[in-house]
Design a protein around this ligand. Structure first.
Ligand code: ADP
Length: 593
């Protein structure tokens, strides 16, 4: 039912995108109608001239008058067409801009899971290609289409005025054409979805190929991955050729018959003219009118075909525009403090639950660490506090206020979140750090970079802080990228700091220095650290051991070593690994010296 509604309403949806540029669109439609109907005036002028010849009233002045009228109408046609196209293009590109902004906003407001369930290729396809597909219908089909509907209607009314039989004659090929068109749609209809799927497949495969080029090379899978992309192209070609050949005959017949109004009008006009029912001038006018319709009818036919494609695009766009939003309050709330409370938090990404009733207190001014086996739910807890997703059951409060009752912008101002994989934007390293606080001065940016141990490696780059992150990104190690993200976090200076394996790729010496800076910065704030290397969190006020989505134990390092065997095993394994790595360094030192 919903599917059917969507199909019926796609034109309404398409027009709803145009509401912001409504008047420009209406102006464009009016100008297009004037332009196309002005195209009929020269025919009428010609009819009047023939009449002058037939009625023996011919004189240069009158011929000149009707010729000038025809010329003026032709000029109106050209000028109005130009203005209509300019207006519709102006409106169309404004609408595309609005649509892209609406989609970007949707992606920001949707739960993370809704966004990540689409591949990058699909998202690029919708944001760039599919939205661009909306331009022709908006800029051409709506305004020009209206004109091309009006012209045949006016021409047919004129035929009725001359003689109703001429009107009927003009319709003679329509039923045949409609049968052929119906057959074409019947054969090709179900293939439109497959056509869209094969394009999406090509998009996804090429993005995956480029994105995963490092892994592909590392594992020598060039051939296999290329084949996957090449197969997608071949499948697309085979499918489209098969599809086209299946509709070739009916489509061409429909295209040929639909605008062939002359086929009926010419013999009937000659017959009516011959028996004196209409004058020779009227017969000529009827023939010209039926010829004038040909262009418009042919264009309407092509547009009708294009509409199916547009319909699928609009439906797909609607799916993205209707992605669920995280419900958000707009009025900022006053927070008494920055204590964080998780109360009986349950969460499922999909069907199976990954957190089973977490109760946790993170007090302002304290340092809490989350540890435990991989897959236990540590990152999920961090993401829920940052409201990347909403809890399935239970609640999370900051300063006693449920985070759902806080505007997302206030929550994001309250929390600095640094994850393991950090994204650098396509701007200079300095601007990447400044994102933490757009108002920060250069000096403040440099200070944050120093505290995050970035300065040394940044200064080695040829353009230093001005190195574009795109270029530097290829040269920076994982640990260096993490340090840029930590500098960004330091500059933001939010009252709650969440670090999810934020120094996992950093070498121990730099990690030590960064940690000192973080602890300095975190004084009086709420600090939550997820760490794999237990030595980095051994001084935490509260270490929480999370296993299979439940809290196994919590306490200080000393307490946990005494009462939590899981923590003790993890600690011993960590110390063992550390000793082993120190031992290995010693061995290699000894062997090289
Ligand atoms: P940890 O940080 O302790 O390694 P996570 O919080 O990342 O654990 O994951 C907890 C569980 O949730 C795991 O079983 C993981 O597979 C699952 N999970 C994590 N992210 C997603 C996701 N985006 N969609 C579905 N399941 C997920």
């Amino acid at each position: 039912m919903k599917e059917q509604n969507k199909k019926q309403n796609f034109l309404a949806c398409l027009l709803s995108y145009a509401t912001e540029s409504k008047y420009k669109m209406i102006l464009s439609v009016i100008l297009s109608v004037i332009s196309i109907t002005s195209g009929l005036v020269p025919f009428y002028c010609f009819y009047r001239v023939i009449n002058l010849f037939v009625g023996n009233g011919v004189c240069t002045q009158k011929i000149l008058f009707w010729s000038l009228c025809a010329l003026a109408a032709y000029l109106v046609k050209i000028v109005c067409f130009g203005l209509s196209t300019a207006s519709s293009h102006y409106a169309a590109y404004h609408i595309l801009e609005g649509l892209r902004n609406r989609l970007t906003e949707r992606f920001l407001k949707a739960p993370l899971g809704e966004v990540t369930k689409h591949s990058i290729g699909q998202i690029k396809g919708i944001m760039v290609d599919k939205i661009e597909d909306i331009e022709p219908p908006l800029a051409h089909m709506i305004p020009e289409g209206s004109g091309h509907i009006v012209l045949p209607v006016v021409s047919m009314i004129a035929l009725i005025v001359i003689d109703w039989r001429l009107f009927l004659a003009s319709l003679i090929t329509f039923p045949l054409s409609l049968i052929c068109m119906g057959l074409t749609f019947k054969i090709s209809g179900k293939n439109f979805d497959k056509y869209n799927d094969s394009i999406a497949q090509m998009n996804s495969n090429i993005v995956e190929y480029v994105d995963g080029i490092e892994v592909i090379k590392a594992f020598g899978r060039e051939g296999q991955s290329y084949e996957k992309y090449a197969d997608a192209i071949i499948n697309y070609k085979t499918f489209v050729l098969k599809w086209l050949s299946s509709t070739w005959v009916t489509m061409k017949l429909a295209f040929a018959l639909f605008p062939s109004t002359l086929l009926g009008v010419l013999p009937v006009a000659l017959w009516l003219g011959a028996d004196g029912t209409i004058t020779a001038a009227q017969a000529a006018l009827a023939v010209m009118l039926s010829m004038s319709m040909v262009g418009s009818l042919a264009k309407l036919e092509v547009m009708g075909n294009e509409m199916k494609k547009v319909q699928l695009t609009v439906e797909e766009l609607q799916e993205y525009l209707e992605m669920p939003e995280l419900p958000e309050k707009t009025a900022p709330v006053r927070l008494e403090n920055y204590n964080i409370d998780l109360h009986d938090v349950h969460f499922s990404y999909e069907k199976s639950e990954v957190l089973h009733g977490i109760d946790l207190k993170l007090n302002q001014g304290s340092f809490t660490a989350l540890v435990g086996p991989s897959g236990g739910g540590k990152s999920t807890v961090a993401k829920l506090i940052s409201r990347f997703y909403d809890v399935t059951e239970g609640s999370i409060t900051i300063g006693g206020v449920n985070i759902k009752d806080m505007p997302l912008s206030q929550l994001s101002d309250t929390i600095s979140f640094v994850a393991q994989d950090n994204f650098l934007f396509r701007c200079s390293l300095k601007e990447n750090i400044r994102m933490g606080n757009p108002q920060a001065t250069d000096e403040e940016v440099y200070a944050a970079a120093r505290a995050a141990q970035c300065e040394e490696f940044i200064q080695k780059l040829p353009l230093g802080y001005d190195t574009p992150a795109g270029d530097a990104g290829k040269r920076l190690s994982g640990g260096e990228k993490q340090r840029i993200a930590i500098a960004r976090m330091m500059l933001k200076n939010a009252p709650v700091i969440i670090l999810d394996e934020a120094t996992a790729f950093t070498d121990p010496e730099n990690e030590d220095k960064i940690q000192k800076s973080i602890y300095e910065l975190a004084k009086g704030k709420t600090l939550l650290v997820i760490a794999h290397r237990l030595s980095t969190i051994k001084n935490a006020d509260n270490i929480v051991v999370l296993k299979d989505g439940s809290i196994e134990a919590q306490g200080t390092q000393e307490e946990l070593l005494g009462n939590c065997s899981l923590y003790r095993n993890m600690w011993e394994a960590h110390i063992g690994a550390k000793n082993w790595s120190v031992g290995k360094e010693m061995v290699s030192y000894v062997s090289t010296n």
